[in-house]
Each structure stands twice: as structure tokens, then as C-alpha cells.
Design a protein. Structure first.
Length: 1097
């Protein structure tokens, strides 16, 4: 009987031990009792050369280590001579059936000569030099065909077939059937590798797998991990005998298995939220994490149940036996109450190998009495229980290995004292790992919301990194011994802000400094330590997603929904809308299209020489000035100073402004400014004690971007309040064209001289080179020296890439994304990044930022061509198209029949004036959709609507449906489009929900978000700073805008341009950046014209 472990890795693979050499693989195979071990990584040329140097032929197709390289060790008997078989793993990332697939394959070859030939073929397809497990943009079906063409005797085995992210049946990137993956080459698949997180009984539940041999291997990344799983062979010792066993089952006697619960993807869960749940529990939450609202990592058991056509417990009659074991160091640790990596455990391990023999012999064969004599009663009892399957298991999930337990602490103590009587009587009453897990998950779920929602990445690192690092340059912050704040510690600055008792506190929080963490902790401190009633607290956020995330995190911290529900949380517009509705005011918010229509009427009536967007900006400025009490004369004088002249028709007259307001009233709608102004007026007059109570403790996020109306609202809301707490960063003030002013902190200080100011200057997000580059850029603006400190360890230079044109820039970006996620390599990767090893990204790790929405057109085209899934964020031009607007008004009217304005606008936009049956048609459609609007998903409603209205050829309606796939409920969809900020509105690149997608968004929309890898696209003259005709943008604000974009990056920042570079690129020091030239591509076929709408983002 031979034991074989065929799937391993060399030191040339990522995240592997430097000891993964032939010498140490041979040594540990002897220690473990493994007879046949895979070489791993045959594709890597340096590894093949090392194998040729250190191995010598043995039996047909097998090799042994040359004597001069053998390591002599008392724990590894010299009489064992493990055989090596040539193996390797290929990672295929490719698009198939409209989905990006990530599948790993195990290849077993008859010799090193075959490895050379196959490597030469694969080298023509992709880069096989940088990693022992190469990533190729190659269909698995084609890989199998190439392998058989090159080496007909070679064996192909789909690797760890259930691993969620990288396998044939993987939940996130795999297939539902073998035939879907391999098509006509399926008959050449004979065996399947089950992986650590599944065992044979789980695979027996799928009848489609009955004809395949099930094998198990360790996938070891270090020699000590050999044999975690292995195969039992009774074969002639040769490649052909070994191949026959894997192909036909002749001589395959069974497998040695991990307990599947120990595998790191057995259960469903979310590691960052400490959530580990069963498939049934995951389904009850819609496969959405109830803690953070993100998609759960679906585990192997869940995926098996999805594909199973047999009940749990089914036994395949012809199945081969298997044994479930645990590595000996873990058995020793679990039997003695020590860590498996502790010095004492490793010493005991080596001692046992020296006394009793190989690890597998100890675990499987050697009598209990001999083990007891050599190791003592606890270890002997532990091995006995292991053999009998009496093991307590805590399932692994989302990349975290599970754990096993053999003895409780009291049982260990009893055994050490030989008090076996108490063991039998159950003296140890400690909770089992499963019970502990159940308790822990109960607590996690109790604190979580009961249903999932769209994930929010806003200031994600505040929670994951900023709060989790307690050491600062100034020292350690105090621990939150009372557990009042979020799960981790606060640094000194954060602690000072959270505990401030002043009437007004201003926190200047640089990017990645834990801003959201501080804000949430402040609220928690108010609730729990100071006992402030939740109904007295209002928190103002910049986006709806930020508000949703705040509620979620507060629910988790407070252990329920009550506090979060009683608090007043939302954006300025959201809070004002709720207040006005509760005050009995009936209104509808005018969309941008309607505002532009009305602006055009006012412009035409008064012969103004203005565009609608310019007219609306001036109207907004007038309303902001009026809110501050400025007279029309003062407003006019201010405009003259700004414009430099009184050119006839170049400004909005008082008459035109009044007429525009009359038009709004005639449509029974409010614009966005009116929503705030109506609220402000009510609060200035007599808001009522109940309304004022909500604002006793007022907290404001992103304070730097409030406009004058919002500033006046804050003062009115908190006029009789107790505390005002604002947090933001003047260097991230990017909405000047909407009236915001980076000097708002100074104004607050002037209005409240006793203000308490706190500065957060530790950056937990960005790599040092990224942060230093951004700081160098922003330092060219006015103001004092910036003092942010990067605490992240990982570092990489900022890449500045020049392309030959806009199309070349877009193609480079798409190709580079494909490379980052492990897809098809660009031809110039080896020239520019020879030998550089980068981590493989998921699509959702990557964002592409740009100045205007129009820039996304070429990007979308190139991403589609590469098969890269993407989501576009922001308020795009298609929302202004009349069919889109009419459709949205229609569904608003269906949901809210009292909104007569919505019905009238729908009629006006969708039916010509001469259509006499328009109202009748509208009534019929309302009747039809009223029955479905609360039952069908948003995209289904829109798809049916498009058919009914014969709008199939409308590209704008197609985009609307693509946006709808991200919003299951129509009510939420409409609310987001009406009151959502730039970052709230998203559109998928296709008519499916992209579980993993690249994000495309404007620099404005990126505020508050972060990504491991960020591209900033189009940093050229004319776009940054933005120039429209003869007008130039505010250079300092445009610089702040780029600063915001750069500081979204955690680890990688890639700046691209074509043509004349932006002046801002010259402000990034060379020591923090590297300059590159993208491969020249075809010139742009169609120029993209900018409009004033782009300036409005």
C-alpha cells in the first residue's frame, strides 16, 4: 500500500515556504510516511531546472532525490525513499457563457521531458515565469486539449472542485456541471480532486460524479503541510500503474481526508464580521451578511447542497473507503491544551516520530498502548478518539480554517492524573467548540440587521484598519474597557473627539484617518456612556449609503434596531424630506430634467444668454445667498465681482428667478434647494418642541462639503441644542460649484469661538507612496503644512502611465485590470514589470475614476471587449432622456397616486399632445402594474414596461434596466434616483447582478470610498483642471478633487493620461512614482464632446 500526495507547490509559487525544495519535500514525505509526492509547479522554468539537478529517474515516470541532497534526520528514517511524480497547477481565468470563470487544474505528467514540451506551449499563451502556479487566460477545455496534444499519457484533474473562488464548481466563478466547463473534452476527465472542505460523502450526494474517481491531496504550500489529505494506492510503482488507478480506479484503495469542517471554506460566512453560519442560515439572510450587508462567501457545503440530487447521508454502494484524520501536531496540541505551533508540541512531535515511526503510522496503525507508553495518556486518548471519529469540530469559513477539539481542559487534567473514571462520567463540562460557535454566532446575529442590503464600502478602512490599529506615533490610546465603541481601540485623537463635552466640536479628519469609525464611536458613546436618548440624536451623512451603513453598524453595536430606528439619520435632503412630509406638506422633488425644462422656459422668456445648467447654478447661488440674509443688491454686487461685468443677459435677473419659481409651483414640485429652504423656514419660525428635540445632539459628516443653506440649517436645527459635532477635511472640499466652501471650518470657528478642534492625522488606509504623493499634490494649495502619517506597511510606487491616445489609454486600463485579476497578460507586462509579483485582485477590488461621465464611454467599450464585469456609479446623461424620465414618473405615480404631478409629467413625456386616448392608456397601464409593483423585481417591471411601450431599441432604457438590477425594490430605486448623491446611483454593465465587478465612477462620486487598486483615468490638460470653452475651473478645488481620488487607493494607484499631461502630474515627486509608456494602440475613432452637464457631475 502506497500513500500519495500529488498536489503541492514549490517555493516559486506565491505564499509558499522557502523550504519547498526537493530536499525538504523528501524529508517531510519521510516524516509523514508518504510514498509518492507531486513535484508541483512544473511550468516554472527555474523549478524544472532544479528538479533535473536534484532528482534522478527511478521507476517508469517516477523520480527519487539524489543521495547527495538527502537530509538525514532521526525523525525521518533513511530506509524510506519517496517517489516524485511531475505535477503542476494552472489557474485559468477566462470568460465563458457571459461569466468570468476562475478554475484551477491539476496536471500530472509522465516525465520532465513532457513538462518541458507542455511549458513551451503554455509560454506562448501567457506568463509562466513569475509564479509557480501560472495564471492564464485560457479556457479549461482548451488547456485539457493542449495537454493531451502535447502529452497523450498525461492526466488532467480539476483541482479542489468546490473552492468558492477558484474551482470548477466554485460558488463565485465555477460551473454547475462538468460538461459546461469541458464540453466535448469531458470524456477525458476521469478523476476529481475534492479539496479540503469536502469529503467523499458530500460528493456522493451528486449523482453526476458517480463515474469519477475521487482523489484528495494537501495542496501544501510548505513541506510540513504535506499529507493533510492523501490517496491510498495498491499499484505497481510506476507512472502507468499510478495513472491507471486515477483513470479507472484499479488500485485506488481510498483516501485520507481532512475533516471537511477544518477546511477554510466549509461553512458560509464573512470573516471580517466574524460570521460563520450554515447554508440554511445563509439562505434565510438571502446570502447577504446580516452584519455589513455585503454578499456572504458561500462555502463548500452550501454549494454542494445547491447541486445535490441526493439527501444528506446517502452512501454510494461502490464507494471506496476513506479515513478522516488530523495532522499529528494538531492532535498533540488538542490533547495537551497547547498551540500546535508551540515549541513543546513540535518537540513532542519529533520525539514521537523518532520513537514510533512515520506520522501516518502513528495516526492510523500503531497500537494505542505503544502510543501511550511513548507519549502519555492524553495523546493516546486523543488518537483513539480521532480513529473513532469522536471529534468536536468548528467549521471553517471565508478563508479561515476550522478547528477540531478532542479533549476538554478538565479531561486533559484528568488523564494526566490518570482519573479516567471522571472522563467516563463527563467531569469536563466545558462547552464544545460547536456550542461556543453557536453562542458566538447568536451574539453576532443578534447585533445584525435581519435582512441583507447593498454593501457600503464608504470609509471601509476606518472600520477594518483605522480602528483596528491602536499604536500611534504619540503612543497607545486607552482601551475601551466598557465596550462602548466599535470592536477595536481608538487612537488618542479619535478618543479625544469621541469623549469631547464641548458645545461645538470640530474634527478635521484627513483621508483614511478613521473618520467614520470616530463618528460611529461618538454616537455609541453618547448612547451608552452618557445615556443620551437616541431620539435626541441626529446624524447627517453625505450619501444614502453612508446613512444605511451607519444604521447597520449602530444596530450591531447596540445589539438591536431600536436605537438606530429612533435616531434621525440621513442626508440633508433625506432628513428635510421626512420632516416636510411629517409636517403635512405635499410635494414632489423635481428631477434634473424637469428643472432644465423650466430653466429653458425662463431663459427664453427673458432672452438670457445662459445655458440651462448655468442658469440653475445661478438660481442655486441666489437661494444660498438669500438663506444667509443677503439682499438682492448685495447678491448682485457679489456677482459683478465674480463675473467682472454686467454683460446683458449674462446673469439671471430677479424677474427670471421669480418666473422660474412660479414654474416650479405650477408643476407642484420643489427643487433640491427648495427642499432645504422650506425646512429652514419652518425651523426659523416655529419648528415645535418635538422637532427641536431630535437635534439636541447633532453630528455632521463630510462637513467640508456643505453649502450656505445647509450651514444655516445646522444652526437652525441646533439653535437650542446641547452639542454640535462636525467632522470632515477642508482638503476634500470638492463641491464649490454647488456652493460648498472649504472655509466652512473657519466660519464655524468664528460663529462659535469656544469651539474644540481635534485633528486626526494618522492614515490607516493608503500605502506610504500613495499618501506621500497625494500630500505633495495638495501642498500646492493654500493652507498650513499637511501632517498625515501613513501607518500601512505595504508599499508600492505610484504608477504614471502615458498612452498614445484616448483609445490606447482605455485599452491599457482594461488590459491592466485583466492582468491585476489574473487574466490575460498584456504583451508589454514583462518589459515593464519583469519579475514583479502582484497579488491577484478580484474585480471588486478595483476602481477606475475619471473627471467626467463622458470619459466612461470608451472605458465601457473596452471592458466589455475584455469580458470584465463593471458597475458605473453616478448620475448619468441617460437619466435626462424623456422616455426614461417618463418611465420613472409613471412608476412614481403607480406607487403614490396622490402625486398628481407625477401623473401629469408622465403623460406629457410619454404621449404626444394630440393623443386623445393617452389618459385611458395610462389608466390601463397603472391597473396592470399596480398588481405587480410590490411582487416583481425592479428590472422585471422595467423589462415588461419596455415591451409594452415598444422601447426595445432605446439605449437609454437599456441602461435604466441595467441600473435596476442593483435595486430589487422599485420604491428604493426611485428614492435613490430622486434624492441619492452621486455615489448612491449605480448601473451594472449588463442585465445581471455582478457579484464581483470593477467600479467606474467620477472623482466626485468616489468620495468616502476606498479600493485596494485605483486607476485615475485621463489626467490630461483640459480635464484636470477642467476647462470648458474659455472657462477654467477653480484650480485649487480641482487639485483637491484629484487629491480625493488618489487617497481612495489602499495599495495600488495607477494614473493614466494621453496627450499633454495635466499640470498636477508634475506635482507628484519622482521618488514616489514610476513613469511608464503604454503600448501604442489605434487612434480614437470618435471624439467625445464634453457638455456643461459633465461639470455638474
Amino acid at each position: 500500500m502506497y500513500i500519495g500526495d500529488l498536489h503541492i507547490h514549490s517555493r516559486y509559487s506565491r505564499a509558499t515556504s522557502r523550504d519547498c525544495t526537493p530536499e525538504y519535500l523528501d524529508l517531510w514525505a519521510r516524516k509523514k510516511g508518504i510514498d509518492i509526492v507531486g513535484t508541483g509547479d512544473f511550468t516554472h522554468p527555474a523549478w524544472r531546472e532544479e528538479l533535473k539537478e536534484k532528482l534522478e529517474p527511478a521507476e517508469d515516470g517516477l523520480y527519487t532525490l539524489k543521495d547527495e541532497y538527502r537530509i538525514h534526520d532521526a525523525a525521518a528514517p533513511d530506509d524510506r525513499r519517496p517517489r516524485f511524480v511531475v505535477t503542476g497547477e494552472i489557474s485559468s481565468i477566462y470568460k465563458k457563457k457571459d461569466k468570468v470563470r476562475k478554475v484551477h487544474s491539476l496536471l500530472l505528467l509522465p516525465g520532465l521531458e513532457d513538462a518541458d514540451r507542455l511549458a513551451r506551449r503554455l509560454e506562448l499563451i501567457g506568463n509562466i515565469h513569475s509564479d509557480g502556479r501560472p495564471i492564464l487566460g485560457l479556457d479549461c477545455r482548451d488547456l485539457l486539449e493542449i495537454m493531451l496534444e502535447t502529452s497523450p499519457e498525461a492526466l488532467y484533474v480539476p483541482a479542489h472542485i468546490w473552492t468558492p473562488h477558484f474551482s470548477m464548481f466554485g460558488a463565485f466563478s465555477g460551473f454547475d456541471a462538468i460538461e459546461d466547463c469541458y464540453e466535448d473534452m469531458t470524456p477525458y476527465i476521469h478523476a476529481l480532486e475534492t479539496g479540503l472542505s469536502s469529503d467523499p460523502p458530500m460528493n456522493w450526494r451528486i449523482s453526476a460524479l458517480d463515474s469519477y474517481q475521487l482523489i484528495s491531496n494537501s495542496d501544501a504550500h510548505s513541506p510540513a503541510k504535506l499529507g493533510r489529505e492523501a490517496n491510498l494506492f495498491e499499484i505497481p510503482l510506476s507512472f502507468s500503474g499510478f495513472a491507471d488507478a486515477i483513470t479507472t480506479g484499479n488500485g485506488l484503495q481510498g483516501t485520507i481526508e481532512f475533516f471537511p469542517e477544518e477546511g477554510k471554506y466549509h461553512f458560509d460566512g464573512h470573516r471580517k464580521c466574524s460570521l460563520c453560519i450554515s447554508p440554511a442560515e445563509a439562505l434565510s439572510y438571502g446570502n447577504i451578511c446580516p452584519v455589513c450587508g455585503k454578499k456572504l462567501t458561500i462555502g463548500v457545503l452550501h454549494r454542494v447542497e445547491q447541486l445535490a440530487d441526493r439527501e444528506e447521508g446517502f452512501v454510494l454502494p461502490q464507494a471506496r473507503p476513506f479515513e478522516s484524520l488530523v495532522p499529528l501536531p494538531e492532535v498533540i496540541a488538542a490533547s495537551t491544551g497547547k498551540s500546535a505551533s508551540s515549541k513543546k508540541v513540535l518537540e513532542q512531535y519529533e520525539k514521537l516520530l523518532g520513537k514510533l515511526g512515520a506520522e501516518f503510522d502513528i495516526l492510523r496503525i500503531i497500537p494505542e498502548e505503544d502510543i501511550k507508553a511513548a507519549a502519555g495518556a492524553p495523546i493516546a486518548e486523543g488518537i483513539k478518539r480521532l480513529r473513532e471519529g469522536r471529534v468536536d469540530r468548528t467549521p471553517g469559513f471565508d478563508g479561515e480554517y476550522g478547528t477540531i477539539s478532542l479533549l476538554t481542559p478538565s479531561e486533559i487534567s484528568s488523564l494526566e492524573g490518570q482519573l479516567s473514571f471522571f472522563i467516563e462520567e463527563g467531569m469536563g463540562n466545558e462547552d464544545s467548540p460547536e456550542k461556543i460557535r453557536s453562542h458566538r454566532q447568536t451574539e453576532v446575529l443578534r447585533a445584525a440587521r435581519p435582512e441583507g442590503g447593498t454593501s457600503v464600502t464608504e470609509e471601509k478602512n476606518d472600520e477594518e484598519h483605522g480602528a483596528g490599529i491602536s499604536n500611534s506615533r504619540e503612543g497607545n490610546a486607552k482601551e475601551n474597557s466598557s465596550g462602548l465603541y466599535e470592536e477595536a481601540k481608538l487612537n488618542l485623537g479619535q478618543e479625544e473627539a469621541v469623549r469631547a463635552l464641548d458645545r461645538v466640536t470640530a474634527v478635521i479628519a484627513g483621508p483614511g484617518s478613521g473618520k467614520t469609525k470616530t463618528l460611529i464611536s461618538r454616537i455609541s458613546y453618547l448612547l451608552k456612556e452618557r445615556g443620551i436618548a437616541a431620539a435626541s440624536i441626529t446624524a447627517v451623512t453625505f450619501t444614502n449609503k453612508a446613512a444605511e451603513e451607519m444604521r447597520s453598524r449602530l444596530e450591531r453595536l447596540s445589539g438591536g434596531k431600536r436605537a438606530a430606528c429612533e435616531m434621525n439619520i440621513g442626508t440633508f435632503h433625506g432628513i428635510c424630506s421626512r420632516f416636510l412630509t411629517s409636517s403635512g406638506l405635499e410635494f414632489m422633488v423635481a428631477d434634473e430634467g424637469l428643472q432644465e425644462e423650466l430653466a429653458e422656459k425662463a431663459i427664453a422668456r427673458y432672452a438670457l444668454k445662459l445655458s440651462p445648467s448655468r442658469f440653475l447654478r445661478e438660481i442655486s447661488n441666489r437661494k444660498c445667498s438669500a438663506a444667509q440674509g443677503e439682499s438682492p443688491a448685495v447678491q448682485e454686487e457679489s456677482r459683478v465681482v465674480q463675473e467682472g461685468s454686467h454683460a446683458s443677459g449674462a446673469q439671471v435677473t430677479a424677474e427670471a428667478a421669480a418666473y422660474y419659481q412660479e414654474l416650479l409651483a405650477g408643476e407642484k414640485v420643489l427643487d433640491y434647494d427648495d427642499l432645504l429652504l422650506e425646512t429652514l423656514q419652518l425651523f426659523r419660525e416655529n419648528p415645535g418642541a418635538e422637532a427641536e428635540k431630535q437635534f439636541q445632539y447633532l453630528l455632521v459628516d463630510e462637513f467640508q462639503d456643505i453649502n450656505p443653506v445647509q450651514y444655516e440649517l445646522l444652526k437652525a436645527w441646533n439653535r437650542n441644542g446641547r452639542e454640535l459635532f462636525v467632522i470632515g477635511d477642508p482638503d476634500q472640499s470638492i463641491y464649490g460649484f454647488r456652493g460648498s466652501d472649504a472655509g466652512c471650518f473657519s466660519r464655524l470657528e468664528a460663529d462659535y469661538p469656544q469651539i474644540h478642534t481635534v485633528r486626526l492625522e494618522e492614515n490607516y488606509r493608503s500605502a506610504p507612496a500613495v499618501l506621500e504623493s497625494a500630500l505633495s499634490l495638495i501642498s500646492h494649495n493654500d493652507g498650513e503644512k499637511r501632517r498625515m502619517h501613513a501607518l500601512a506597511k505595504e508599499d508600492a510606487l505610484v504608477r504614471v502611465v502615458e498612452a498614445s491616445g484616448e483609445m490606447g489609454e482605455a485599452i491599457f486600463t482594461a488590459k491592466e485590470i485583466n492582468r491585476l485579476i489574473g487574466g490575460i497578460d498584456m504583451l508589454d507586462v514583462e518589459e515593464n514589470h519583469s519579475g514583479e509579483q502582484r497579488r491577484v485582485r478580484s474585480f471588486s477590488d478595483i476602481a477606475v475614476l475619471y473627471r467626467t461621465h463622458r470619459q466612461a464611454q470608451l472605458l465601457e467599450k473596452c471592458l466589455r471587449q475584455e469580458g470584465i464585469p463593471y458597475v458605473v456609479a453616478g448620475r448619468e446623461d441617460f437619466l435626462l432622456e424623456k422616455n426614461v424620465r417618463g418611465t420613472l414618473y409613471f412608476f412614481q405615480y403607480v406607487l403614490h397616486p396622490e402625486d398628481e404631478a407625477a401623473g401629469q409629467l408622465c403623460l406629457r413625456l410619454l404621449w404626444p399632445p394630440e393623443e386623445k386616448t393617452a389618459e385611458e392608456q395610462l389608466t390601463l397601464l397603472i391597473s396592470k402594474y399596480k398588481r405587480r409593483i410590490h411582487k416583481d423585481r425592479t428590472e422585471k417591471l422595467l423589462e415588461n414596461w419596455i415591451k409594452d411601450r415598444k422601447l426595445e431599441e432605446s439605449g437609454e432604457m437599456e441602461k435604466l434596466v441595467n441600473a435596476a438590477v442593483l435595486y430589487p425594490e422599485m420604491e428604493h430605486f426611485l428614492e435613490t434616483l430622486s434624492l441619492g448623491a452621486e455615489g448612491d446611483i449605480r448601473r451594472s454593465g449588463s442585465r445581471r447582478f455582478p457579484a464581483d465587478a470593477v467600479t467606474l465612477m467620477t472623482l466626485h462620486g468616489s468620495k468616502g470610498l476606498e479600493f485596494p487598486a485605483v486607476f485615475i483615468y485621463g489626467i490630461r490638460k483640459g480635464l484636470l483642471p477642467l476647462e470648458l470653452g474659455t472657462a477654467s475651473g477653480d484650480v485649487q478645488e480641482e487639485r483637491r478633487l484629484l487629491y480625493v481620488g488618489m487617497t481612495r487607493a489602499r495599495e495600488e494607484l495607477i494614473l493614466t493620461f494621453s496627450g499633454e499631461p495635466s499640470m498636477f502630474l508634475g506635482e507628484i515627486p519622482e521618488k514616489f512614482s514610476q513613469r511608464e509608456q503604454a503600448k501604442k494602440e489605434k487612434p480614437v475613432e470618435e471624439a467625445v464632446q464634453l457638455s456643461l452637464f459633465d461639470f455638474m457631475v
